[in-house]
Design a protein around this ligand. Structure first.
Ligand SMILES: [Fe+2]
Length: 262
């Protein structure tokens, strides 16, 4: 989320990769540029900071240069069920630092979203059949970019046993439900944002408050800029099956109470 989130990644990720022995790191970057979309230069900066894959979301193309950059950069994933004419790919097989192949896929939810999107269940089903866990893919990560926790939990159970991790993004607030589902898929309804939590979902508070209280717009939303809490989810997978062995909710730095892998 904005400069605060980008700074946390550029300053902390390399150290955290080493400390937690991370083989593969995915970030959701859809609000990293001024809180609206992701520019090509900020995408490059995230990759240079040690990110292996960037997912987008409903704001995938708010920064116009992402329309062409997502075709050139094979580590960027846009939602599978975005407009049929959208550039880029909704899933890709990407090599981790340890040589393993990781399928990353992203889909948008349908409940309470501003625009109507196609069915994410069938879209993800097709993507995961293309490179199944234990077949083409050593690990499968699904970013489900959605508003409603009910839909996010449903998609987790729908993919249970077929993905290493199904994690929600989009609300910017982490949920306290990280778990391994019965067939071995790690799940958390929302990973939360990497951004300044003295804010209203990452934005400076005055304008969102004004809109809630008066129903009127006065200014643009601008991201809050103090120290970010880097929120996310850590998953350790079984070497043979690619399913989850351990899952830990991450909260690092900034205002939120800390939580990290031991
Ligand atoms: Fe979003």
């Amino acid at each position: 989320m904005g400069r605060s989130g980008r700074k946390a990644i550029s300053e902390r990720l390399n150290r955290l990769r080493e400390k937690w022995r991370l083989d593969f790191v995915v970030v959701n970057g859809e609000n990293a540029t001024g809180g609206m979309g992701l520019s090509a230069s900020h995408a490059k900066a995230l990759i240079d900071s040690g990110v292996d894959c960037i997912t987008l979301g409903d704001h995938a193309f708010d920064q116009r240069d992402m329309l062409t950059f997502c075709e050139q950069e094979p580590r960027i994933i846009r939602p599978l069920n975005f407009a049929k004419t959208a550039p880029g790919k909704g899933f890709r097989l990407i090599k981790a630092r340890n040589g393993k192949k990781v399928l990353v896929a992203q889909a948008l939810g349908q409940v309470f979203m501003k625009k109507p999107f196609d069915d994410p269940f069938s879209a993800l089903d097709t993507a995961l059949k293309n490179a199944p866990l234990g077949g083409m893919a050593d690990a499968v990560i699904v970013d489900f970019h959605a508003e409603a926790t009910s839909e996010k939990v449903a998609i987790g159970h729908w993919l249970d046993g077929r993905a290493s991790l199904v994690v929600g993004t989009h609300t910017h607030i982490p949920t306290a439900d990280a778990q391994i589902l019965p067939k071995g898929t790690a799940h958390q309804s929302d990973a939360g944002m990497c951004g300044d939590y003295n804010s209203i979902i990452g934005m400076q508070k005055d304008e969102p408050l004004r809109r809630f209280i008066t129903g009127m717009n006065k200014e643009r939303f601008t991201p809050a800029v103090d120290e970010a809490t880097l929120c996310g989810i850590f998953v350790e997978t079984d070497n043979a099956t690619g399913l989850a062995k351990n899952v830990v909710q991450i909260r690092n730095g900034g205002r939120l109470q800390q939580s990290e892998p031991v």
